[in-house]
Structure formats: structure tokens, C-alpha cells
Write a protein that binds this ligand. Structure first.
Ligand SMILES: NC(=O)c1ccc[n+]([C@@H]2O[C@H](COP(=O)([O-])OP(=O)(O)OC[C@H]3O[C@@H](n4cnc5c(N)ncnc54)[C@H](OP(=O)(O)O)[C@@H]3O)[C@@H](O)[C@H]2O)c1
Length: 403
């Protein structure tokens, strides 16, 4: 092999699970900036044929996968008419197939909710570089997923801006124990959402439109509502527990309304290291795609003079019970976080569909959690069963009580 051939970069084949979502679009934006480094090998969606078709036209992936069979048929027809050769597959097996495919180097796990679990595990078991946006995977099955990562020899890189920030300021940049790294605690920042200063009455009257209007971040509807209830922060606390092997007492949530500091790590010597940047998900995505190198992301420079000040507050777990419920579920362990997550998904969906009020979300979760039988999360089937039962309980609760 000559010197030029040896130095030519290997193109990384990337599967994007949830390509049509907010994280998926940002990932494709970063990939498009580096055609010499990355190729969108497989793109997936649930039902959004139009957006996936446009993405196939632009990126010409080898595979396009839709969860929904009819949507896949429709995409296939459109691609044939356009003369494109992308192969269309459908269903959960196909999502797992493109996550574990031999030709794939990296998998962006950006499906929203519990639906992302199986493909993320498939990527872990087959030793991929996993760019994990789907926090629900770790919330539901943290122990099993981390075991699959280790057993499969996968490289796990967090995409959530907070965990990506923590990863960036951790020593040796690997998931060591906090103790060996001299770390005292992890400080996860939270914007506080759009209702940080709302009164109890205002919280009870929150509309869907208001809840979908996040002050700093542009995100999909489910995570935007989670940010407004602070459940997103609760899910992130559970995620941090598994990613960084941190006890609940070593994780602190700090409300920081400007969303400029993405999180911090406090060391035993009193040093606190933070990662800062504009609130734009392309930074953590580019970091994880290029790791250990830094690559251009398209994110503008942070203008500290314009920002001028950074504020910090303690979170209010009385007005925002979801954060407390997540800490409780983490401490209970076993299937409790999966139950919390499932009840939350049902409650958020009901809120988005106008069936319950904003404060009905924590009420449903609290009730489902307190009535549920919590068992050891010893297998994927146990976790999936707990998820199923919690969804059923949440739906039944809504039929019985008004909220
Ligand atoms: N957005 C952010 O800034 C952000 C930040 C940190 C972490 N995250 C996490 O990243 C994940 C994605 O968030 P997002 O904001 O990008 O969500 P989103 O905009 O709602 O996109 C969700 C994606 O998942 C697909 N999808 C939905 N249900 C599915 C199912 N049952 N089976 C297969 N695919 C399905 C959607 O396809 P269709 O378009 O066809 O519905 C879409 O491509 C979430 O776990 C979220 O917590 C997001």
C-alpha cells in the first residue's frame, strides 16, 4: 500500500435510527459537512414517508427502514419512480438489522421513546460505535444495556448535551468509576423549561402550545414536554447513573436558564470543570461522530459578551414532581425506572392529544409507580413486560380519574 492510500481516511458508514426527527436532521446536517468521513448508510423512520424520501434523494443510503409496513410500501413506490436504488425494509427486525449490519461502523440511536430499545441493544451486541440520544434505552434497561455494550465491545458516546458535556470533562474520557477519577459529583444543568417561574394555578392551566415552546432548544414534541415537566431532567439523572456509574447522591441538578453550561463535574480538590457552548445539538453530535478528533459542526461561536450573565437556581421538586419521581425510581431500582418511563410516555401522549392537563402527567406517573410491583430488571423480557403493564395501568387510571 502506498503512503497516499495509507493516509486516506476510511469512510464511516452510519445508521441513523430516527433520521426524520430533530436529532436525525441535525446528524445528517453534520454528516453532509464531512462527505470524506461519513456516509449515511441506513436511514430509518416510523411513518414519515415524505421526509425520509427527501433524505434518500439527498444521501442515497443503502437502506431505508420504516417501522410501518404501509409507509414502507409508499416509500418504495416513490423511490422507484425517482429511479433511486435504496432498498426499503420495514418492521422492528429491519431496524435491528441495520443497527447490527456488518458494514455499519456507527449507529445514531435517535428513535424517541421505548421503541428505540431493541435496535440500540442490537447495535451494542454487535460492537458498534453507538451515539446514544435515546435516553429511554438506559432508563428502561441500564444494567442490561451496559452489559451488552461491554460484551459486544461497543463504544458508547452520549448525545444528550448534558452527558456529552460530562463525558468531555471527565478524566481519560472513558467511563471509569467516579472514585478512580477523583470526582466528587456530577452537576447536570437544566434550563428549567418554559414554566420555571409559573405559579401552581398557571401550571394547572398550561396548554399544549405553551408546553411545546421551549425557551432554548428545538426538539421533538415528547422531549419538549418532558423538559417542561422536568421529567427530561429526571430521565437524564437515571441516564447519568448508568453512563458514569454514579450513585444518586453524586448527581445534582442545577437550574441554569441560559443553557450555556451544558453540565459540570466537581472534583475532590474543589475544581469544577464545565463545558460551554451555544444550545445546538450539532456540537455533541459532531463530538461523538468525530471522537476522539474534533470536527466542524456548523455551530456558531459562543458570544459571552452577548450572554453577559449565567444564573443558577435549585430545582423545585414540589412544583415539578416529575424530577422527584425519577430520583425515587432510580433509588428503588429494578423495573421502577422502566415503569416511570412507560407511564410518562402514555401521560405525555395523552397531554399532547388534549386528554389530560399538564399536572395530570406527574399524577398518573406517581399513581402507576406506587401501585406497580417492582421486580429485578434481570432480562429484556422482564423490562418489556413491566413497560407493557405500566402502559396499561396508566391508560386505566385515565379512564377512572379525571386529570
Ligand atoms: N431533540 C433533542 O434536542 C434531543 C436532545 C437530547 C436527547 N434527545 C433524545 O433523542 C431521541 C429523539 O428525540 P427527537 O427530539 O429527535 O425526537 P423526534 O423529533 O420526535 O423524532 C423521533 C424519531 O423517531 C422516529 N420514531 C418515532 N416513533 C417510532 C417508532 N415507534 N419506531 C421507530 N421509529 C420511531 C420518528 O419517525 P417519524 O418521523 O416517522 O415519526 C423520528 O424519526 C429521544 O429519545 C430524545 O429524548 C433529543
Amino acid at each position: 500500500m502506498d503512503a497516499i492510500a495509507m493516509s486516506a481516511p476510511i469512510i464511516q458508514n452510519v445508521t441513523i435510527l430516527g433520521a426524520t426527527g430533530t436529532i436525525g436532521l441535525h446528524t445528517l446536517d453534520v454528516i453532509a459537512r464531512h462527505p470524506d468521513r461519513f456516509r449515511a448508510y441506513a436511514l430509518t423512520a416510523n411513518t414519515n414517508v415524505d421526509v425520509l424520501f427527501e433524505q434518500c434523494r439527498k444521501f442515497e443510503p443503502v437502506y431505508a427502514v420504516m417501522l410501518d409496513e404501509r409507509a414502507a410500501d409508499s416509500l418504495k413506490t416513490k423511490l422507484q419512480i425517482a429511479g433511486l436504488v435504496t432498498e426499503v425494509l420495514f418492521g422492528m427486525d429491519a431496524l435491528e438489522f441495520v443497527s447490527a449490519h456488518l458494514d455499519v461502523h456507527a449507529v445514531m440511536a435517535a428513535i424517541v421513546g421505548a421503541a428505540g430499545l431493541k435496535p440500540a441493544i442490537a447495535a451494542a451486541e454487535s460492537g458498534k460505535r453507538i451515539l446514544l440520544a435515546n435516553k429511554e434505552t438506559l432508563v428502561m434497561s441500564g444494567s442490561l444495556f451496559m452489559q451488552a455494550v461491554e460484551k459486544g465491545g461497543a463504544t458508547l458516546l452520549p448525545i444528550d448535551s448534558e452527558h456529552n458535556a460530562i463525558f468531555q470533562v471527565m478524566p481519560q474520557q472513558k467511563f471509569a468509576t467516579l472514585k478512580s477519577g477523583g470526582i466528587k459529583k456530577i452537576l447536570i444543568t437544566a434550563s428549567g423549561g418554559p414554566f420555571r417561574k409559573a405559579t401552581d394555578d398557571e401550571l394547572s392551566a398550561v396548554t399544549v402550545k405553551q408546553a411545546l415552546n421551549h425557551p432554548n432548544w428545538v426538539m421533538g414534541p415528547k422531549i419538549t414536554v418532558d423538559s417542561a415537566t422536568l421529567m427530561n431532567k429526571g430521565l437524564e439523572v437515571i441516564e447519568a447513573h448508568w453512563l458514569f456509574n454514579a450513585a444518586p447522591e453524586q448527581i445534582e441538578v442545577v437550574v441554569h436558564p441560559q443553557s450555556v453550561i451544558h453540565s459540570m463535574v466537581e472534583y475532590v480538590d474543589g475544581s469544577v470543570l464545565a463545558q460551554l457552548g451555544n444550545p445546538d445539538m450539532r456540537t455533541p453530535i459532531a463530538y461523538a461522530l468525530g471522537y476522539p478528533e474534533r470536527i466542524e459542526s456548523g455551530v456558531s461561536s459562543l458570544d459571552l459578551f452577548k450572554i453577559a450573565r449565567l444564573d443558577f437556581e435549585e430545582p423545585d421538586t414540589v412544583r415539578f414532581p416529575c424530577l422527584r419521581l425519577a430520583f425515587d425510581a432510580l433509588k428503588k431500582g429494578g423495573t421502577a425506572p422502566a415503569i416511570l418511563n412507560a407511564a410518562n410516555e402514555i401521560a405525555v401522549e395523552a397531554f399532547l392529544n388534549g386528554k389530560i392537563g399538564f399536572m395530570g402527567i406527574p399524577r398518573i406517573i406517581e399513581s402507576v409507580l406506587s401501585d406497580a410491583t417492582i421486580s429485578l430488571a434481570s432480562s429484556l423480557s422482564t423490562v418489556i413486560e413491566a413497560d407493557k403493564l405500566a402502559r396499561k395501568a396508566a391508560k386505566e387510571w385515565m379512564l377512572t380519574y379525571s386529570c
